[in-house]
Design a protein around this ligand. Structure first.
Ligand code: 6PG
Length: 485
């Protein structure tokens, strides 16, 4: 009888097949299954030699080919396709078996699925996997949720196939927390990714519109930035992208790409969840809406016809301190906005952990994001250190190191925001992050007026600064006065 598989992977699209290959290359025997068997055959034909695979044609064959207690990793589209696979697996699996969902599932679906699986005696791990195709194959960052018992079983395997941080060779995988915690953290990872990509794009936009630089010239600036605090995978690929010429026209490809950004949902889920929990993530929200705006074709066409492009950026705007120093201003604005985005994103994780009772170590999360994932960046080491200094830090921005960095960036940031605003260049994340920074430290926000407005039209009450209690003003009575309620 042939030896049974250590693990199985369902879904042979790029992420699934690459993850299966990664497991096989790490000496695991891997059963593979895809709805259309032809895809499984292609994987076998192209990569069958890389390790020990068991190609299977049916769910029954797949489940039967796994050694007990079984472990199956689902790599199919989030939503209904994932539910379908789970239902089929649950019918065939036995108590003690383990299902891992490695897709970008909504964390609340994961909480529900874990409960259903538990009622059948099955373990369920909702597992965030980041790093795209290349990461899945060579080592992604892995964010598994679920029970500690499940992690004890699957953790060593996930750690083995995960990316290793260059700094200390530590695996980029840790048990994030119970049930939906892994997918929650992956969702926020993606939202930070949105903000990170948007701030890079805003810097690119300012450089091309204010300094009239070409894609190739901007690539050199970004290449230079990539050696400092901004050093990250996203800056690195941006350099590569900006240098790439379209084969047909020999023009920089980026100049030929339609400016309508798409999205699959994790960014807007984060914004919805944060809004429900009352966590202000304005920078991240702006990054999500920047994509929506770019794809609002009808509205954009109408606005372009009616409003025209801003006057200012058609002419050469004056740079008070010269080009070099303006470029440095943009670099600092990018860096400060990025710090705000991470501070906001980690704040959502903290609030989620509180709400759902997850014991999430933010320092460890930043640690496993150092390699493998899309937002990998050298500055994540500093994020880990900030949470090591204070594990309950309520605001990353208020950590001494980051505050120092942002304070240093402040004059540059302000110059860029006002310059771009005057020039009519949209910089939603640069400006909203600066506004967040100014608001969060402001001892006197104008929300006192909002509270009184609410009380005026809706008797919603307010608190006072000079004495404790809850008050209402009898606004429409003849003897208008304040009453304690
Ligand atoms: C990752 C990526 C990955 C991804 C998303 C982005 O961590 O590997 O975040 O999950 O590329 O699918 O999706 P959208 O930009 O399409 O929303």
């Amino acid at each position: 009888m042939t030896q049974l598989a250590d693990v199985g992977v369902i879904g042979m699209a790029t992420m699934g097949s690459n993850l299966a290959r990664n497991l096989a290359r790490n000496d695991y025997k891997v059963a593979i299954y895809n709805r259309e068997y032809a895809k499984t055959q292609t994987v076998m034909k192209d990569h069958g030699e890389e390790g020990a695979f068991i190609p299977t044609k049916t769910f029954e064959e797949f489940v039967d080919s796994l050694s007990k207690p079984r472990c199956a990793i689902i790599m199919v589209k989030a939503g209904a396709p994932t539910d379908e696979v789970i239902t089929k697996l649950s019918e065939l699996m036995e108590p003690g078996d383990l299902i891992v969902d490695g897709g970008n599932s909504l964390f609340s679906d994961t909480i529900r699925r874990e409960k259903t699986a538990a009622s059948k005696g099955l373990e369920f791990v909702g597992c965030g996997i980041s790093g795209g195709e290349e990461g899945a194959l060579n080592g992604p960052a892995i964010m598994p949720g679920g029970s500690i018992e499940a992690y004890k079983r699957i953790g060593p395997m996930l750690e083995k196939i995960s990316a290793k941080a260059v700094e200390d060779n530590e695996p980029c995988c840790t048990h994030v927390g119970a049930n939906g915690a892994g997918h929650f953290v992956k969702m926020v990872h993606n939202a930070i990714e949105y903000a990170d990509m948007q701030v890079i794009s805003e810097a690119y936009d300012i450089l091309r519109k204010c300094l009239h630089l070409s894609a190739l010239e901007i690539a050199e600036i970004f290449a230079d930035w990539n050696s400092g605090v901004l050093s990250s995978y996203l800056i690195e690929i941006t350099v590569d992208i900006l240098r790439h010429r379209d084969l047909e026209t020999q023009k920089p490809l980026v100049d030929l790409v339609l400016d309508q950004a798409q999205q699959k949902g994790t960014g807007s889920w984060t914004v919805q969840v944060a809004a429900e929990m009352g966590v202000p993530i304005s920078g991240i929200a702006e990054a999500v809406f920047a994509r929506s705006l770019s794809s609002s074709v009808t509205q954009r066409e109408l606005a372009q016809t009616k409003l025209g492009i801003p006057d200012a950026y058609q002419s050469d705007s004056e740079l008070v301190n010269g080009i070099e120093s303006f470029i440095e201003d943009v670099r600092q604005a990018l860096y400060a906005s990025k710090i705000v985005a991470y501070s906001q994103g980690l704040g959502v994780i903290q609030a989620g952990a509180h709400k759902y009772n997850w014991d999430i170590d933010l320092g460890n999360i930043a640690k496993i994001w150092r390699a493998g994932c899309i937002i990998r960046a050298s500055f994540l080491d500093q994020v880990t250190q900030a949470y090591r200094r204070n594990p309950d830090l309520p605001l990353l921005l208020a950590d001494d190191y980051f505050l120092g960095q942002v304070q240093k960036a402040q004059p540059h940031w302000r110059r860029v925001v006002s310059f771009a605003t005057n020039a009519g260049i949209s910089i939603p994340v640069f400006s909203s992050s600066l506004s967040y920074f100014d608001a969060i430290r402001d001892p006197q926000l104008p929300t006192n007026l909002i509270q009184t407005q609410r009380d005026y039209f809706g008797a919603h009450t307010y608190q006072r600064t000079d004495k404790p209690g809850v008050f209402h003003t009898l606004w429409s009575t003849a003897d208008r006065r304040e009453v304690e309620v």
